[in-house]
Design a protein around this ligand. Structure first.
Ligand code: HEC
Ligand code: HEC
Length: 349
């Protein structure tokens, strides 16, 4: 009897010891409150608990008017709300941030920038396939406008390379061709971006790797190597390689086009902006007229050549300053370009 009783007592004691008080959102954790590792755990918090230096773009919560809600509205609707709910002027006449950026996870494996893996992934999730990198997880990155973007924006990129606030402003003015954001608006966008930061479940970790992180958080595991492990699982910056149209536009790139894949690109990318003139004047749809027009110009040296607009983008015109951003190699491969062409050729018939 006594034995049963003490076993019972020990069991209760163990349960009590294993129990941790849940920490309310936003409440700072002290060092002796270990983080319970779940798929929903925020990567930034896990890294911090492991002793990593926090990324520099923490929100200045003491700034007036700042709210994640206002940030979300700016990103998805293009205007913010000031005191008393007044609407600010639209940020851009032409675009909202989501014209060019997803706000959901768009890569199955965040450690690589693979446009084909992304295309299939966004198709499954019902998302578009775009020139800008998803803003989901942007706050976990530390480098912006990488690679060849310095060719496009020159010195402007320098300030933005390691500074997310400058990156947001640069994009508002240059990518979205809109007005300068006020400080509270930038801070609000940042606050919103912190609501779509990476969670542990977004990373591709096998069981052993997961255990290594858990052990390091709450046991004898090595914290340094756990930090390293986590950082290999996502990109600190989105790589960007500018490429040119094929040397011979009639011949195209030396890839055999895949019609099915081309259909995905047309529908998830081109139509996102061009259907019913949503974000562009130039209209595209599923009519033979559209496909004939695209086919005719594909191989030409005109402003309607898809090779031309996809690889170089278009430049903002005076007065109507909407323009088309170019696709880097990481956003559309040469193979995918030929897939699109094969689809266009098939559909014009
Ligand atoms: C017309 C298209 C377009 C619009 C509109 C646009 N962006 Fe971008 N943005 C881009 C492209 C292209 C890049 C290049 C780098 C990348 O995303 O890979 C970029 C880069 C960025 C980056 C740096 C991302 C990185 O990892 O390098 C941020 C942050 C950003 N934009 C935020 C915004 C915000 C906030 C808005 C709305 C106010 C906005 N963008 C509107 C196209 C656009
Ligand atoms: C992020 C939005 C966006 C995406 C995605 C996009 N475009 Fe565009 N595109 C534009 C804008 C804006 C223009 C500028 C001219 C305008 O407003 O019509 C343009 C211009 C063009 C032009 C030249 C039209 C002219 O009047 O000179 C062609 C052709 C074109 N796009 C085809 C495509 C194709 C094909 C795709 C898919 C691979 C595509 N676009 C994807 C926004 C986009």
């Amino acid at each position: 009897m006594k034995a049963i009783f003490s076993t019972f007592f020990i069991l209760i004691l163990c349960t009590l010891m294993a129990w941790r008080w849940p920490v309310a959102e936003g409440e700072a954790k002290t060092d002796d409150q270990a983080l319970l590792l779940t798929k929903e755990s925020r990567l930034a918090e896990v890294l911090q608990q492991l002793g990593d230096t926090p990324v520099p773009h923490q929100v200045k919560t003491d700034m007036e008017l700042v709210s994640a809600k206002a940030g979300e509205e700016l990103v998805t609707l293009g205007f913010g709300r000031g005191p008393g709910g007044f609407k600010t002027a639209r940020q851009s006449k032409h675009f909202v941030c989501t014209s060019c950026h997803n706000i959901e996870k768009e890569d199955p494996d965040l450690s690589v920038a693979d446009p084909q893996a992304r295309l299939l992934y966004v198709k499954d999730k019902g998302l578009p396939f775009l020139q800008g990198t998803s803003l989901y997880g942007a706050v976990n990155r530390t480098q912006f406008y990488n690679g060849d973007y310095s060719k496009k924006y020159g010195n402007l990129v320098e300030a933005a390379r390691n500074n997310i606030r400058e990156a947001i402003q640069l994009c508002a003015e240059e990518c979205a061709q809109g007005r300068t954001l006020r400080d509270w608006e930038i801070e609000s966008i940042l606050a919103y971006l912190w609501t779509i930061d990476l969670k542990m479940g977004d990373l591709v970790l096998d069981e052993a790797e997961w255990d290594r992180v858990a052990q390091a958080l709450d046991g004898p595991g090595n914290k340094e190597t756990a930090i390293q492990l986590l950082k290999e699982k996502y990109l600190a910056g989105s790589p960007a390689t500018f490429v040119t149209p094929p040397a011979d536009r009639k011949e195209g790139y030396p890839n055999e086009g895949n019609v099915e894949n081309g259909k995905l690109i047309y529908e998830l990318s081109c139509l996102h902006c061009h259907e019913d003139g949503r974000y562009a004047f130039y209209r595209l749809d599923d009519s033979r007229f559209s496909f004939k027009h695209l086919d005719k110009h594909f191989s030409r040296y005109t402003r309607y050549s898809v090779y031309q607009v996809a690889r170089y983008g278009t430049s903002p015109l005076n007065g109507k300053r909407a323009y088309m951003p170019n696709y880097t190699l990481e956003k559309m491969s040469n193979q995918q370009m030929e897939d699109l062409r094969a689809y266009v050729v098939q559909m014009k018939k």
